[in-house]
Design a protein around this ligand. Structure first.
Ligand code: NAP
Length: 551
């Protein structure tokens, strides 16, 4: 997708509606979308449940929350003013800084005037007779618009498992995804943590030195890749500023939407000594560099993946001094990449502290929560605070937890109950003039780059429709059938297909009862972006049936 400037010339058919476009969510997606639609000259309104902008970065305020991507590709590159005036302070920015960045974006692009905060959307219904959307807030107000866009986020509908006895617990209970704004004083407390995904992995080393005891209830161990964090010095920031366009271009040409070198060889194609050298170098560089810049087949070839999995297990055993804890922390029954690997900042090291206890719940899970703690088999662990870091109903949760009602009363969650159908994760048949920024079946990738591409594409689509008098943009059935097949084909060819036993969210396997299928496109963000560009250049083929009426 190109980020070409779009000349503002839409014909408004806006009489009788409150807005040209309604967008839900004021995170990266909603802010980017609003800015682009403002540039088109549309009257848009964003509805946001929180009291401020930020989305994920507004809600996830747990100690240790920070990006797993480096700052220079975890930001928007479309605004020169923002690029030139914002300075990042850390290689992996912490939550408060990303939130400040998004506030800065909203300020600089003058977006807040078009956002209603504290306003949760509960229902959106397409009105076929008028070809508009009626959008209902939790307060019961109804607003109308010609275009309806979801920017509700991919990992934004928290999932809290129902554990027997939880309501009887007399201590405090928190969820990482809805951490209190005012913070939580955990000093001197006995804390239980359920969940060792990216969220749990980040919170452990930060709270371990503060709490009296930390009990980590682990069901499935993760492959946590070291991330070395450091300050962004002025000269690095200056260099990034002059190269933002090139960085974005490189990211768009990469399968994971990051501006990384693409390795030329597979792990099984080199000698054992060379393999170790490359893995070691990637490990030092840290985070996604290990996963993406060492060898080109870690996500596709079992043998090569096995070398990477072994390497990480060796690192765990070298780091964690207690051999029993080390073995428990080593994932053994699913491969590296079978779950989204989190970046660690002293995670394994934290288990060398005497006050950090690992409670293995692999065999039977947690039996019950009591008034004073957690019972696992014969063992009762006394705690004061229980933290859930138990993930999200990913990709679809935000869209299916509210009522999105399309043509003929079709509800989106019903449409998807037996399997996902979308056109490129951007639109859905039966839901005219509705777009999703990062809907299900969009790429498994670094999100800000994917979002920047998606908001650019959707604004081009809307502009195209308005310019050509297309009043109904609706995906064709054929296009979404073809995309569902491609998502399945691409995902099945990867190691990620083995993530089911590890409850990977990208397979929907972390939510009981959710259909087990690829919720994201594993075929490569670069390929996806090229396909989107091709569709746009060909008159948004597959996204409308032509000029149905003039506006
Ligand atoms: P997650 O990766 O889905 O991990 C959830 C954890 O909760 C797992 O360890 C899971 O165990 C455990 N769990 C769930 N239900 C349980 C139960 N009934 N009993 C015991 N344990 C249970 O969730 P997440 O850590 O929030 O991360 C989700 C995604 O959000 C990440 O993969 C990443 O894409 C994104 N994220 C990114 C960052 C970042 O970039 N810095 C930070 C946080 C999150 P099982 O594995 O056994 O199911």
């Amino acid at each position: 997708m190109s980020n070409e400037a779009i000349t503002a010339s839409p014909k408004h058919s806006g009489t009788g509606v409150d807005y040209d476009a309604i967008i839900v969510g004021a995170g990266f997606s909603g802010l980017g979308m609003l800015h682009h639609l403002n540039e088109l000259g549309l009257r848009s309104r964003v509805f946001e449940a929180g009291t401020g902008v930020g989305g994920t970065w507004y809600w996830n305020r747990y100690p240790g929350a920070r990006t797993d991507s480096e700052f220079y590709y975890y930001s928007f590159s479309f605004s020169r003013e923002i690029r030139d005036s914002w300075k990042w302070s850390e290689r992996y920015p912490a939550q408060p800084e990303v939130l400040q960045y998004l506030e800065f974006v909203a300020e600089k692009l003058d977006l807040k005037k078009d956002i209603s905060f504290n306003t949760k959307i509960t229902r959106a219904e397409y009105d076929e007779t008028r070809n508009i959307w009626h959008v209902t807030t939790a307060q019961g107000e109804v607003f109308t618009a010609r275009w309806f866009v979801s920017g509700m986020g991919v990992l934004s509908a928290p999932s809290t498992p129902k554990i027997k006895g939880i309501e009887s617990f007399k201590g405090q209970v928190f969820q990482t995804a809805t951490w209190p704004k005012e913070g939580v004083d955990l000093s001197g407390k006995r804390v239980g943590l359920i969940g060792v995904g990216a969220s749990g992995v980040q919170i452990v080393p930060v709270i371990a030195p503060v709490v009296k005891d930390l009990f980590v209830f682990q069901r499935t161990p993760n492959y946590v890749v070291a991330s070395s964090n450091y300050k962004v010095e002025d000269d690095w920031m200056a260099k990034i500023r002059t190269n933002y366009d090139e960085i974005h271009k490189q990211a768009v040409a990469h399968g994971f939407a990051v501006p990384f070198r693409k390795p030329a060889v597979g792990a099984r194609d080199v000698s054992a000594i060379e393999r170790e050298r490359v893995f070691e170098e990637g490990w030092k560089e840290g985070g996604f560099h290990f996963m993406l810049e060492t060898f080109n087949d870690l996500a596709t070839n079992e043998e090569s993946n096995g070398y990477a999995s072994d390497f990480i297990r060796r690192k765990i055993r070298e780091t964690v001094k207690d051999p029993v804890k080390a073995e428990l922390l080593c994932p053994k029954d699913y491969p590296f990449n079978g779950k989204r690997p989190p970046g660690g900042h002293g995670y394994y090291e934290a288990f060398n502290r005497e006050n950090v206890h690992l409670v293995d719940i692999r065999a039977n899970g947690i039996d019950e929560v009591t008034e004073t703690g957690v019972r696992v088999g014969e063992r009762h662990v006394e705690i004061d605070v229980l933290i859930f870091a138990t993930g999200f109903d990913a990709m679809t949760g935000t869209l299916t937890r509210i009522d999105i009602v399309g043509r003929d009363g079709l509800v989106l969650r019903d449409k998807w109950k037996d399997g996902l159908k979308t056109n490129m994760g951007l639109a859905v048949n039966g839901f005219p003039n509705f777009f999703m920024i990062l809907g299900p079946q969009t790429p498994y990738a670094n999100l800000p780059v994917a979002i920047q591409e998606a908001v650019g594409w959707v604004s081009r689509a809307i502009h195209y429709a308005e310019k050509n008098g297309i009043v109904c943009m609706e995906s064709s059935v054929e296009a979404e059938d073809a995309w569902a097949l491609e998502v399945h084909r691409a995902g099945s060819a990867t190691i990620m297909a083995q993530g089911g036993s590890a409850h990977a969210w990208f397979l929907g396997a972390n939510i009981p009862g959710k259909p087990r299928e690829f919720n994201v496109y594993m075929g490569g963000a670069d390929i996806y972006f090229r396909r989107c560009e091709e569709i746009a250049s060909n008159g948004f083929r597959g996204f409308h049936e032509g000029v149905l009426a003039t506006a």
